[in-house]
Design a protein. Sequence first.
Length: 475
Amino acid sequence: MSPELISILVLVVVFVIATTRSVNMGALAFAAAFGVGTLVADLDADGIFAGFPGSLFVVLVGVTYLFAIARSNGTTDWLVHAAVRLVRGRVALIPWVMFALTGALTAIGAVSPAAVAIVAPIALSFATRYSISPLLMGTMVVHGAQAGGFSPISIYGSIVNGIVERENLPGSEISLFLASLIANLLIASVLFAVLGGRKLWARGSVPTDGEGDPGAGTGTGTGTGARKGTQPGDTGTGTGTGTSTGKGTESGSGGTAPTAVAVRPDQDTGGTGGTTRLTPPRIATLIALVALVVAVLGFDLDAGLTAVTLAVVLSTAWPEDSRRAVGEIAWSTVLLICGVLTYVGVLEEMGTITWAGEGVGGIGVPLLAAVLLCYIGAIVSAFASSVGIMGALIPLAVPFLAQGEIGAVGMVAALAVSATVVDVSPFSTNGALVLAAAPDVDRDRFFRQLMVYGGIVVAAVPTLAWLVLVVPGFG
């Protein structure tokens, strides 16, 4: 058996173990890099670590550190409640507010599962209160997260654009972002129409509490949820608590996802609906998030170093609010990405990337090879890490793209869309978070709905992405 084939089989084993045993794929990839690099490729430690993505490590740590501070000091709570107040009782707008909110969170640097974990419990609670389809609300949250997931300063966008740059491929950060945004927006529009959106418009507005938060009631709710996942941000088990105030009383319990938004005892509230007030730390954090966007997009500064600097400034000014933030950095995501890309670096050192790319190109039908890569990304990502899949597939496609018959920008965008829209699957972290966050539902039925919908997405989206993004650039 050739060394190249062995290295690819080891990569498959890494994906299988990560999927079936809930072991961090990055840790497995580091072990695989050590084993394959030493025993098969005859590399020393320096050769193995040559593929370690140092700049991407700083981006992942810096951006998630800044967002962890925003979550710790209640800035994200304020953003959630401010967005919810915009609907002023118009039920049909609630799913779109949740879509936009998760999209905004991921676009400014939140890890996709973290954004879903923040918004999903609130979104599904609204769905229960106003008889909105939980499938509609849950999928709107996930597709919203993916809609913003490839902005130039987002985690996914930084990773994919970094891989494209490292592989010396033609790239377009804006094209990648717009491809994901438009694809998820179109899917969300179809879902809204099919899953009861027209009936929601017909219902008009419902009474509000006078402060803009839909619903009137005083209630407390607690919930716990456990899940397994193999994508970034998966933390296993978690608990969420929430309180709200208004007119009337209600109480309930149900499963919620980890890191659910809650009004904590140390948070200031406006006295209505649990809506948080702006405080100096939150104002400063909002300014820091805007500054990050301006610095990266306007002045082309490094996103990671800029985010770390802003996070340090906030931590120095308000150490009490930021003390927990370091522990909330998405270390599992950092480990996953750095491990997978280090292993990909070993594959490059031993010539596996060129060998595999020539094999794909050897099919003789470039468009067929392109659609097969999209389906591989979608199918595997439905059970494993979207980012890990992209980190492996894009380098594998480099020699194939180097032939010039398939446009690199469109192909990378098609791979990115195919590998992320399937995160609605209940076997992925985002799908599992939505499932865990839904209160007062038949979970077995909801699981089946998510599974069927995930299957439809896996079957349809790669072909559509290929037709729209790849075929026009062929030739």
